[in-house]
Design a protein around this ligand. Structure first.
Ligand code: AMP
Length: 249
């Protein structure tokens, strides 16, 4: 089985993001970038499927600028076999990414495509679902467990107030939730080996897709600063404030 894993380069989750002075977007100058955490879980799941002999090859793909090669190399160090960068400097929305991934799916013919449930920068939670629509593949989103059984993929999904298990025909799309697994760290020897693994760069034109965006970001604003809290001396004072100042009880 060939598995395609889609990884996105995002601002590292430890970074406190700043909005640009002109409100046109987030300031990315000198900001640490990393692989989207849900994509790390996607890579880990693919590597585990290869370790158990279910998968034979893991291909990782990213759509974005040349610098996304760093995240592809990380995925190669974690155990992927080869990487594809669909290189573009354009601002991308989920549909554009899904179209590029669809073209890669057509070329690579994977039995399973694993994506993160959402990218922590734009919080869209759309790309996997859109890719399922474009390919016609079955989809198991928000997965906390995935088991391949013959030509089926049984996925336990995290839904409001519980878990739902669905059985999908392969080929299928899986999107990862937080509890699916705990990603490993890349070892130094594997980071060195990853430098020699194949990384192919293709243009959207070569794939025959247009990544022109259908929407435009008009304005980005930081959340309003929260005012400091106060300490009360007694429960009675707390109740009095909740009743008369906050008016919540
Ligand atoms: P989103 O729908 O943007 O929240 O992203 C969900 C998942 O889609 C991510 O975790 C990635 O697996 C994939 N994805 C989104 N954008 C990209 C991108 N530019 N390149 C590769 N994969 C992406």
């Amino acid at each position: 089985m060939r598995i395609l894993v889609s990884v996105k380069r995002v601002v590292d989750y430890n970074v406190k993001v700043r909005v640009k002075a002109d409100n046109s977007g987030v300031d990315l100058a000198n900001v640490k970038m990393a692989m989207n955490p849900f994509c790390e879980i996607a890579v880990e799941e693919a590597v585990r499927l290869k370790e158990t002999g279910i998968a034979s090859e893991i291909v990782v793909v990213s759509v974005g600028p040349a610098t996304a090669q760093e995240q592809l190399r990380t995925a190669l160090a974690l155990g992927a076999d080869r990487a594809i960068l669909v290189e573009t400097a354009d601002e991308l929305n989920s549909l554009a990414v899904a179209k590029a991934l669809k073209a890669v799916v057509d070329k690579e013919q994977p039995q399973l495509v694993i994506l993160g449930k959402q990218a922590i920068d734009s919080d869209n939670n759309q790309t996997g679902q859109m890719l399922a629509a474009l390919t016609g593949f079955a989809q198991g989103t928000f997965a906390s467990k995935a088991v391949v059984a013959g030509d089926k993929l049984n996925v336990t999904r995290e839904i409001d107030g519980g878990l739902q298990t669905v059985s999908l025909n392969l080929p299928a799309i899986l999107t990862t939730d937080l509890r699916l697994n705990e990603p490993r760290y890349a070892s130094l020897p594997n980071i060195m080996k990853a430098k020699k693994k194949p990384l192919e760069t293709v243009t959207p034109d070569a794939l025959g897709v247009s990544l022109a965006s259908t929407n435009k970001i008009l304005k980005v604003e930081a959340p309003a600063a929260r005012s400091a809290g106060i300490k009360v001396k007694s429960v009675a004072e707390l109740v009095e404030k909740l009743k008369n100042e906050a008016k919540v009880i």
